[in-house]
Design a protein around this ligand. Structure first.
Ligand code: PNS
Length: 163
């Protein structure tokens, strides 16, 4: 495969995302990490912050590029000349959501294929929302995100609390 798009909100990037990035980058010449610019979701991090974190986390993987996108994913894929989207699959609960996205994308553009990569068992229940919730409630989440991301989350929370 010449290039593969890995889209997501990445608010923030977790060890689960990073695992998919590392494994997917070995299957393609180029892996394009595509960060959705969606303020409607009330993200913890701005688009720029998310891109900066992803660039830092992937700087040692030569064939990974980090982009942002607005609008439809299929239009972004066309723009970057890719017809393959990869998504991580965790527990069964992901299925319906992921199938909806995959089938919608294929309806919008029949050339777009979606591949699913099974998560590792330790990341089965991991999500950005879970990380944010634990962090806000002062829980321990060191094994869920890279240290670099953990520090950024702590900074955000301290600022929010006015510490
Ligand atoms: O990390 P997420 O929030 O599960 O990622 C969802 C994402 C970004 C892949 C999806 O919301 C998306 O592709 N949005 C762009 C708008 C779009 O193309 N919508 C049609 C397919 S649902």
């Amino acid at each position: 495969m010449k290039s593969v798009v890995y889209p997501g909100s990445f608010d923030p990037p977790t060890n689960g995302h990073l695992d998919i990035i590392k494994r997917a980058s070995q299957l393609t010449d180029k892996l394009i990490v595509a960060v959705l610019n969606n303020q409607a979701k009330m993200p913890m991090f701005s688009l720029e912050e998310k891109m900066e974190m992803l660039k830092e986390l992937t700087k040692s993987i030569e064939n990974v590029e980090v982009y942002s996108f607005d609008g439809l994913l299929v239009d972004f894929c066309e723009k970057v000349n890719s017809n393959v989207v990869i998504r991580g699959l965790r527990a069964l609960t992901d299925f319906e959501y992921e199938f909806q996205i995959a089938l919608t994308n294929r309806t919008l553009n029949k050339n777009i294929e979606t591949l699913f990569m099974a998560t590792t068992t330790e990341n089965l229940w991991l999500s950005s929302s879970v990380v944010k919730e634990i962090a806000m409630l002062n829980g321990e989440y060191s094994g869920m995100v890279p240290l670099f991301v953990k520090n950024k989350i702590e900074e955000k929370i301290s600022k929010k609390r006015g510490v």
